[in-house]
Ligand binder design. Structure first.
Ligand SMILES: NC(=O)c1ccc[n+]([C@@H]2O[C@H](COP(=O)([O-])OP(=O)(O)OC[C@H]3O[C@@H](n4cnc5c(N)ncnc54)[C@H](OP(=O)(O)O)[C@@H]3O)[C@@H](O)[C@H]2O)c1
Length: 449
């Protein structure tokens, strides 16, 4: 690995010499990766979700380097980041991800590589291509890349217009093995995208999954199709998804109403440029009076607060992901003809809402999930052009990924939490210092908050 890291640190990007050097580097037979183990799937039985601790279930193990198949790339991972899907994997909820690997493994001999007694997790990476498989001609050893997490086969027609609709759509590092929280990762070559030159490895690794998801959910016509002037209610506006949705709303000329749960989180939204912020903890909304009963008076109080902030307007778009706890309120506060767009259910997936508010007011609910190839590419382009910035607050070494996932599980973080894989320290990998200097304040906005 040391030889690999030395070559990455020394190389200048995109030269023929670098490609040749990298192609000549030996591929390590094994590598360190963050795994859950199949024989530990039952370890949290009897505990409530909150008490299931990723620090107990995520291990850094030495695992065998997978054989490289056609159309694939093996990447030396310099940095990765924690997404909520790694939290789900680590607490084995709502299902153990070994079920995904088993089902995938049954589809072909190549896919059978993924069905192992361990699952290397992680759905983001920034790093350098080490090898490409047969048939790959757009990427080369030595290329500095990020990877999006959409893995599709595209053998059937359903996904040919929108790759998310492929019946064999999987999230890499969650529904496939050999993910990004590791020293090496296996991806399909069409997951690769150029690493933004002005960012360090850990900064470049941070936006991937959430930035792409927020882009489809909020901006794309496959999602809410946001336009200038839209009032956008953003739940968890300083969190992983929300910190990108807020930036996209501001950049796109919309009016985000940011919902957060502490003064520090409210402050970070304001520093992004959002003027309309609701501290849901300080204002004490209780949408559920008990586990089974919602309180419509609280929906109304919340809606009144939004109108107070917007000068009487209701949200054109509600950017939903908390799920059960907030969904009734989200449907209620969306404007007549407005859209609730949802990609998750962190607080529970059995949603309840009063359908009279939906149909009588001609509202729509749109389900969305990650992003298709094109949307992921467009979302990465926004980062590469300095229009959207990483929201990295804290970075851990690979050995402490359990702690990083614990922070996210306990909602003790802001924006994104990064992980150094092969990168020996933070701040490396920047290739365009001039552009970086122009955006430095924005790049560092979430740091240490
Ligand atoms: N379908 C997809 O493709 C996709 C992609 C990315 C993420 N997701 C899912 O989306 C969810 C959020 O992901 P993330 O990366 O944004 O996580 P995150 O970084 O933890 O941010 C979520 C934010 O939501 C807010 N929140 C949490 N529980 C809430 C509740 N009960 N009521 C109101 N607000 C609540 C919190 O903000 P405050 O406490 O400040 O309000 C939190 O910071 C996760 O379930 C994740 O698995 C899905």
């Amino acid at each position: 690995m040391k030889q690999l890291v030395d070559a990455i640190m020394a190389g200048s990007p995109r030269s023929a010499q670098r490609r040749a050097e990298f192609a000549a580097l030996p591929v390590p037979e094994s590598y360190r990766g963050v795994v859950v183990r199949r024989d530990e799937v039952g370890m949290f039985e009897g505990r409530v979700s909150r008490d299931k601790d990723p620090r107990e279930s995520l291990h850094v193990d030495e695992v065998a380097t997978p054989e490289l198949g056609p159309g694939e790339a093996l990447v030396a991972v310099m940095a990765s980041s924690v997404n909520y899907n790694t939290v789900w994997t680590s607490i084995f909820e709502p299902l153990s991800t070994f079920g995904f690997l088993e089902r995938y493994g049954r589809t072909s001999p190549l896919a059978a590589r993924h069905d192992l007694p361990y699952h290397v997790v992680g759905s983001d990476l920034a790093g350098v291509v080490l090898r490409t498989g047969p048939g790959v001609h757009a990427w080369f050893p030595g290329d500095e890349v990020v990877a999006h997490c959409l893995s599709v086969e595209l053998e059937r027609p359903e996904g040919h217009n929108d790759t998310m609709l492929d019946p064999e759509q999987r999230i890499w590092g969650f529904e496939t093995n050999f993910g990004g929280l590791a020293e090496l990762a296996l991806v399909k070559a069409n997951q690769l995208m150029p690493k933004p030159d002005h960012l360090s490895w850990e900064e470049a690794a941070a936006p991937g999954l959430v930035n792409s998801t927020a882009y489809r959910q909020l901006v794309s016509r496959n999602g809410a199709g946001m336009k200038q002037g839209d009032v956008v209610l953003v739940w968890g506006a300083s969190g992983g998804l929300g910190s990108y949705a807020t930036q996209m709303a501001l950049r796109g000329g919309a009016l985000p109403v940011c919902v957060v749960s502490s003064p520090a989180k409210a402050e970070i939204c304001r520093s992004l440029g959002a003027e309309l912020v609701i501290d849901r903890a300080a204002e004490g909304y209780r949408f559920w009076s008990d586990e089974r009963t919602q309180d419509p008076r609280e929906w109304k109080r919340f809606g009144a607060r939004i109108r107070e902030l917007t000068g009487g307007e209701d949200p054109d778009i509600v950017f939903e992901h908390p799920g059960r706890e907030t969904f009734g309120a989200s449907v209620f506060v969306a404007r007549r003809g407005g859209t609730v767009v949802t990609c998750a259910s962190t607080s529970g997936f059995l949603h309840e809402y009063d359908n009279r508010y939906l149909w009588m007011n001609l509202k729509r609910i749109i389900g969305t999930h990650f992003a298709n190839y094109r949307e992921a590419w467009e979302a990465n382009r926004l980062v590469a052009r300095g229009l959207i910035h990483p929201t990295l607050s804290r970075v851990y070494p690979l050995e402490q990924t359990g702690q990083a996932a614990f922070d996210v599980h306990r909602n003790a973080h802001q924006g994104k939490v990064g992980v150094l894989c092969l990168a020996p320290e933070e701040g490396l990998g920047v290739r365009d210092e001039q552009m970086r200097a122009r955006h430095l304040t924005a790049i560092n906005r979430f740091r240490g908050v």
